[in-house]
Design a protein around this ligand. Structure first.
Ligand SMILES: Cc1cc2nc3c(=O)[nH]c(=O)nc-3n(C[C@H](O)[C@H](O)[C@H](O)COP(=O)(O)OP(=O)(O)OC[C@H]3O[C@@H](n4cnc5c(N)ncnc54)[C@H](O)[C@@H]3O)c2cc1C
Ligand SMILES: Cc1cc2nc3c(=O)[nH]c(=O)nc-3n(C[C@H](O)[C@H](O)[C@H](O)COP(=O)(O)O)c2cc1C
Length: 793
């Protein structure tokens, strides 16, 4: 077997080593354009988990690597002159050149032919090879040569960064944030050997340009870095080594394999995928790719099959790391957003930025940090919301009946130590007993918009389940405003009475407050029930059998939701707008009569009001289309009219799609503009959802994937927000609150599976300050005991 390796970086060398060990008779050649002692950059970091993988794959290299490591457990963050320390992080640093030398020595010892100072000769040079491992790095020529086959995509990021060294010792991984040239400059620094550190400096492109530095001005860079970070460097000399200011490209490839005649090619490491340096995983990915490639080849007779196995084994993991790295790099691109945070919260926000470290994970690493940050957060929230004179365990005492706040005999612990999800919250005169929200979820179970027993039991049990706020699904302001024939409506006294039955039940038996979401479907109306063909028009035959038929639609512009499928809506006239405003007001008055504590106006998901906000769906040429201000006009008119009829003591929230996930559609910046306008109009809370504007939306899903928009709106528009979307655990709720990404957190689907999500979360965290219905106290007590035992074992 003949294996050619292009590139003598970590991926190329390590794959050559592992394959030569398993196939001693194979001819394995590595070509590397640099000299053996030539390397860009200084040190790299590896986590404990990666080290364990290296030990299992090749003990001799692991021994040498481990012998050369600088190890640290702590992270120090310098922010506005304060140093914030945390511990339990477990990382090791090594000089990149030392790592390469260890790998080169081992490769030679095993009989791998290393040719340094040698440029790859291209496909001709590899004729006759069974396998070519293209480990030729971020600018891979192999990937470019067969780009039709590998189909790379590049997301070129905007921030500028430079990789430098410094002659100093550091007790911890160190971040420092300093202002200069109108921007924030951050230093990521770690020691890789006594007296030497890697320092990566990063800033926005605007600040970099304002600094007047040239991209390749190494001497100027060293001078500037020494000046900006003088207090951190304390006189240490900064070192350059081909230290040019670059912008990070996140590279992904649709395929990592190619066959050229009888020769198979495979991409490894940075050639296949890059991950932003802020999570320090590039070398880890490269080494772990090499392990997976070796395992696939060793475990199978056909190279073709082995490469397919390698790709399927690695693709998910590489994608997961890239996703975390992307989330992390977005944090660093937006440091300005966090600049007004208190140092404590800034530190938590930084540590939890990639969502891999959460509240509970951080507690495992550093329980003291989490305890003190939680105390700080509770105290800050108490003073911000005027809790000083309120019994935090009984914020709804006036309205509560038939419940008790303290389950069983256990005594509530001091409220300052409450996990953030159990902190009360206030909007106008409305107190919520905790921060968990049941997100609106259509039940498609109404006839003529009337709530029935299903709705009573469904909403009743969610209210019993402990969430502070329970949303009632999108309730439509007229029969034509419905999404489906099964949607709830509120245009008659009978409907208001039926809703009052639900609200009264919740108020009489639980601490939950109820919010009604009012909406108009617009161009997404007249469609089948959620569990039929969602967003598709009613099928005439079936509809007729049920006594239904499609109804005419209105929208901002006459654009159907799906061309040739959904009906073309009528572009709303001024008269239509006045009629809809009246309908919203009528519903709001009825909602107050039904006893709802709060209203939400639905301006998201492509429904009528959202269709005005997005340029994808609003092509009007009058004063209600065109500029962002014009597109906001009608939604704001509706908001103002509803605000005027809704009691001043009761809050109103607005749900928005913070991004359309469509090129040229609304983005997070538009969401901030919309939120600022809503705030000026008297909106109390923005419920930050995304997408569903148009079938062209391409959302990027992941854990808590919409929370970054909630964070942006909250911090940039200065309005309370509710985060929602793929939040599934109490740990995530606590993380989002403590790190300042939201004021409230909504869960939708998890509440379908577990109406008692909040009560269960309280038992899991052994938190006693929550109201179980008195009827259920024996069960509550047992659950607390079971959970506590589980915590102790
Ligand atoms: C600022 C910065 C900081 C980083 N910090 C870290 C960190 O802390 N931890 C971490 O794990 N990773 C870090 N990385 C990333 C890490 O350096 C890379 O992800 C890792 O080196 C990838 O290994 P590789 O073998 O795939 O590619 P490389 O290390 O880039 O190796 C590719 C090799 O191929 C050679 N080559 C390319 N083309 C040819 C050719 N035509 N002929 C011959 N030779 C060729 C190159 O000279 C190079 O030596 C950082 C990167 C940057 C930019
Ligand atoms: C069955 C179902 C019905 C929904 N109905 C509504 C609705 O009436 N109004 C609304 O704004 N969002 C609605 N949504 C969206 C949810 O409120 C929520 O934003 C979304 O499901 C993401 O949260 P999750 O990941 O916790 O499920 C619905 C979601 C589901 C699953």
């Amino acid at each position: 077997m003949r294996i050619d390796v292009i590139g003598g970086g970590p991926a190329g060398l390590y794959s050559a080593i592992l394959l030569k060990k398993s196939f001693p008779r194979a001819r394995i050649d590595v070509v590397e354009r640099n000299r053996p002692d030539d390397t860009f950059g200084f040190g790299i970091v590896l986590s404990d988990a990666t080290l364990a993988n290296l030990e299992a794959a090749d003990a001799p290299t692991h021994r040498e690597i481990a012998a050369n490591f600088a190890y640290w457990d702590d992270i120090h963050v310098q922010f506005k002159g304060e140093i914030l320390a945390s511990t339990g992080h477990g990382f090791s640093g090594i000089r990149r050149l030392t790592l390469l030398e260890i790998l080169q020595r081992r490769a030679r010892e095993l009989g791998v032919a290393l040719r340094h100072s040698c440029e790859d000769g291209g496909p001709e040079a590899h004729r006759g090879a069974d396998l070519v491992i293209a480990a030729d790095g971020i600018n891979s020529a192999t990937r470019e040569r067969w780009k039709d086959r590998f189909r790379p995509s590049v997301d070129q990021r905007t921030n500028r960064f430079v990789w430098l060294g410094a002659r100093m010792d550091l007790p911890a991984f160190f971040y420092s944030f300093r202002e200069h040239a109108g921007g924030i400059w951050n230093m990521h620094a770690y020691q890789y050997t006594p007296g030497e550190c890697t320092i990566v400096i990063e800033t926005t492109d605007e600040a970099f340009r304002a600094s007047g530095l040239a991209i390749d001005d190494e001497a100027g860079t060293v001078r500037l870095v020494e000046r900006i970070f003088a207090d951190d460097l304390k006189g240490a000399k900064v070192l350059a080594n081909r230290s040019h200011w670059r912008q990070f490209p996140t590279i992904s490839c649709a395929s990592w394999r190619h066959r050229d005649g009888d020769t198979h090619y495979v991409l490894l490491g940075d050639a296949a995928h890059t991950a932003h340096f802020s999570i320090g995983s590039g070398t880890k990915l490269a080494l772990e790719d090499a392990i997976a490639l070796h395992d696939a080849i060793a475990g199978c007779d056909s190279i073709e099959q082995a490469l397919a196995d390698y790709e399927s084994a690695r693709r998910d993991e590489a994608g997961r790391i890239q996703h975390s790295a992307n989330v992390s790099l977005v944090w660093f691109e937006n440091v300005r957003r966090f600049w007004e945070m208190s140092p404590t919260q800034f530190n938590v926000s930084l540590l939890t930025r990639s969502k891999q470290i959460t509240y509970e994970n951080l507690r495992l690493r550093d329980p003291v940090l989490v305890a003190s940050a939680t105390r700080w957060w509770n105290a800050r929230e108490a003073s911000r919301l005027g809790l000083a004179d309120v019994d935090v365990h009984a914020p709804n005492a006036a309205g509560r009946a038939g419940t008790a706040t303290d389950a069983g005999a256990g005594k509530a612990p001091p409220w300052l130590d409450a996990p953030p999800m159990f902190a009360p919250f206030r909007l106008r005169d409305l107190w919520l007993s905790n921060r968990v929200v049941v997100s609106p979820m259509a039940q498609y179970s109404a006839v003529d918009g009337m709530p029935n027993d299903w709705h009573l039991v469904h909403y009743g049990s969610r209210a019993v389940g402990g969430a502070g706020l329970v949303f009632v699904e999108m309730t439509c302001v007229s029969p034509q405003a419905r999404i489906t024939p099964g949607c709830l409506g509120l245009w008659s006294d009978e409907q208001a009475e039926a809703f009052a039955r639900i609200v009264d039940f919740a108020h009489a038996n639980t601490e939950a407050r109820l919010c009604l979401q009012l909406g108009h479907a617009g161009r997404k109306g007249s469609t089948q029930l959620g569990w039929e063909k969602m967003d598709w028009p009613l099928e005439p035959d079936r509809a007729e059998r049920r006594g239904e038929r499609n109804w005419p639609l209105v929208s901002a512009s006459p654009i159907p939701y799906r061309d040739g499928v959904n009906a073309v809506p009528r572009e709303m006239s001024r008269d239509d707008m006045d009629e809809v405003i009246e309908q919203f007001c009528r519903s709001a008055i009825l909602a107050d009569r039904a006893g709802f504590d709060m209203l939400e106006l639905h301006m998201a998901h492509g429904y009528l009001l959202a269709s005005f906000l997005s340029s994808v769906t609003n092509r009007r040429r009058d004063g209600y289309g065109g500029s962002p201000e014009n597109r906001l006009r009608f939604p704001l008119e509706v908001f103002a009219a509803v605000r005027a009829v809704w009691p001043a003591r009761k809050p109103i929230s607005v749900r928005i799609s913070a991004t359309d996930w469509i090129p040229d559609g609304n983005t997070g910046d538009d969401a901030v503009r919309i939120a600022r306008a809503l705030k000026s109009a008297g909106c109390d809370l923005v419920d930050v959802s995304t997408g569903q504007t148009d079938p062209a939306s391409k959302p990027v899903y992941g854990r808590m994937y919409q929370a970054v928009f909630s964070e942006q709106v909250r911090l940039e528009a200065g309005i309370p927000t509710l985060a929602v979307g793929a939040v599934t655990s109490a740990d995530q709720v606590n993380t989002l609150l403590l790190s300042g990404r939201a004021d409230l957190v909504a869960l939708a689907r998890p509440h379908l599976a577990d109406p008692y999500f909040t009560l269960h979360a309280a038992a899991e965290q052994d938190w006693r300050g929550i109201g179980w219905p008195v009827q259920y106290h024996p069960g509550a007590e047992q659950l607390h005991i079971t959970m506590r035992r589980r915590l102790l074992t």
